[in-house]
Design a protein around this ligand. Structure first.
Ligand code: MLC
Ligand code: AMP
Length: 506
């Protein structure tokens, strides 16, 4: 039997009584017990009719059992499609229709709303709640704790992760075993993870950061996790003294800095703090070091590429940079117009190649082709430059993207929805500096002739349509949108105009 991902992450620990995780309620779970659950789940997936390569959509609260569904998918050759728990039924309808899974597992709280959607798509619906109970767990109870691991090759699919796009339609990034395995190996090596590490894990497990970066590194190194359902400062204060590492988005770090209890004593047991998914402000980097003595290690990645660069473990961790390419990963900066590699620190497009890069967007070969150069480099849509020591600096984005608290929000999707509202002629959605989330979403509306817009009514109207985190935190009405001579909306003018709206709310 070969199944490289299962062998590397799980098989090695199959009979190990070593600690995999401490849950939020303080209970402990060994690798062996976790893999017993995963094996029962793998049997359940098979009895639900799942064959290797079939998709299972997972939209459940974070729990050890939710993570065991991932392990079960790896063992049974199923492709996991994790979804943000904030997505509404309308959004889930699109993902289920697009991914064409055999099975969806959801939070029991949402099953009423999702039942008809799943029926329409001929998808079986089961449930799993925040403590790992639900119809899926019940089905698994009758199955054995062993499962004959399904043979998979390194190029077989392991996961689809949906990522929005400039057109507003989400795309399923297809990730293979080698994408995940090569990246986990590079990260364990670069960040020196060992079985002695204890990771404070407070990230969601439906995105690359919490599911792949944090969990895969743990599995590969045989480390342990303190596994929290979400990030809360009080829990970080309670658990950092028992941890050795933490991974977070910049909001985790700014929230910690806002608490006077964060000091050197609290984190003296810590070995490494890692930040990613959104830009870490230099001032956060500096303030964190002053308060704790730790220099945060910033890294850079993307759903389609896994992790691309990292600041060094031993050498200088430079604030405002994302470090060097990971082992086995090639990065180049190219001119935006000519696509020729830039010289002497010139700003250009960040392009990347390596075993970490996804195989394409599900059912979207044209979209996939658009994002690769002919020589196989993937165009990230981020703009960057190299400093004199070869550190990559991200200086902007060529894609119209807002990153709020580490979540990506594509303005087009929100604009399409705002434009549908009664009396709205057109809209523009921008991200401006937000003290907690880094960037916050602002919507700017223009009324149709003869209409007066009620922004509160519009907020209410879109409430159940899209995930809360994507919804504009503020809406403004203008007589018209600023446009350049080509007629293109000048979002930079709007960003300047509304630059301080969240600051002034504090
Ligand atoms: C929550 N809210 C947000 C938000 N998170 N709004 C904007 N941006 C966000 N990120 C809103 C909720 O809808 C709610 O609104 C209110 O804020 C409070 O919700 P909450 O659930 O209590 O929020 P909180 O627990 O404080 O969550 C904030 C957070 C969380 C920063 C801890 O968003 C988080 O864990 N982010 C991490 C995202 C992540 O893992 N990204 C990795 C992507 S992978 P209301 O109005 O309803 O009250 C990737 C690749 C890579 O990017 O390189 O890693
Ligand atoms: P996602 O599509 O959710 O995977 O988000 C990927 C995007 O997050 C990248 O293309 C970057 O724009 C951004 N990103 C990730 N890490 C960093 C970082 N350390 N600094 C700045 N931006 C980042």
């Amino acid at each position: 039997m070969t199944n490289p991902l299962y062998q590397s992450f799980f098989q090695r620990h199959r009979d190990s009584e070593a600690l995999l995780m401490i849950r939020e309620d303080g209970s402990q779970l060994s690798y062996r017990k976790f893999l017993d659950i995963a094996a029962r789940f793998a049997n359940t997936l098979v009895t639900c009719g799942m064959k290797p390569g079939d998709r299972v959509v997972l939209q459940v609260p974070k729990s050890a059992e939710a993570l065991a569904v991932y392990a079960a998918c790896v063992q049974s050759g199923s492709v996991i499609v994790p979804l943000n728990t904030g997505y509404t039924a309308d959004e889930v309808d699109y993902f289920v229709g697009d991914a064409q899974p055999k099975l969806m597992i959801c939070d029991p709280k949402n099953s009423g709303g999702l039942q008809s959607i799943c029926e329409n798509h001929s998808v079986q619906l089961e449930t799993l709640d925040a403590v790992g109970e639900g119809s899926f767990a019940e089905l698994s109870a009758k199955h054995p704790e062993t499962f004959p691991t399904i043979e998979r090759s390194i190029d077989d699919l392991a996961a689809f992760l949906y990522t929005s796009g400039t057109t507003g339609r989400s795309k399923g990034a297809m990730l293979t075993q080698v994408n995940l395995l090569s990246n986990a190996k590079a990260l364990v090596e670069t960040w020196r993870f060992t079985s002695s590490d204890v990771l404070f894990h407070a990230l969601p497990i439906f995105h690359t950061h919490g599911l792949f970066v944090a969990s895969n590194v743990t599995f590969l190194a045989g480390s342990s996790m303190i596994f929290m359902s979400s990030f809360k400062v009080q829990q970080a204060i309670d658990h950092l003294p028992k941890s050795t590492t933490m991974m977070g988005v910049p909001t985790f770090y700014t929230r910690l800095l806002d608490d006077a209890r964060l000091n050197r004593d609290l984190v003296q047991h810590m070995r490494l703090f890692i930040s990613g998914s959104a830009p870490l402000l230099s001032e956060t980097h500096v303030a964190f070091e002053e308060r704790t003595g730790h220099r945060i290690l910033e890294r850079y990645g993307m759903t389609e590429t896994n992790m691309i660069t990292s600041n060094p473990y031993d050498a200088d961790r430079r604030a405002g940079t994302v470090g060097h390419p990971l082992p086995g990963v090639e990065v180049r900066i190219t001119n935006q117009d000519t696509a020729v590699p830039t010289q002497n620190g010139e700003i250009g497009m960040i392009e990347v190649k390596g075993p970490n890069i996804f195989t394409g967007y599900w059912n979207m070969p044209e979209k996939t082709a658009e994002e690769f150069q002919e020589d196989g480099f993937f165009i990230t849509g981020d703009l960057g430059q190299l400093d004199e020591a070869g550190y990559v600096q991200i200086v902007g984005r060529s894609k119209d993207l807002i990153i709020s608290g580490g979540y990506n929000i594509y303005p087009k999707e929100i604009e399409l929805l705002l434009d549908e509202q009664e009396g709205v002629l057109e809209s523009a959605v921008i991200g401006v500096t937000h003290p907690d989330f880094g960037e916050g979403v602002v919507g700017v509306l223009v009324a149709k002739p003869g209409f007066t817009l009620d922004t509160a009514a519009i907020s209410t109207a879109i409430y159940s349509k899209i995930a809360r985190f994507k919804q504009p935190k503020l809406l403004f009405v203008l007589p018209e949108l600023p446009r350049n001579t080509m007629g293109k909306v000048q979002k930079n003018v709007l960003r300047d105009q509304y630059a301080d709206v969240f600051q002034s709310q504090e």
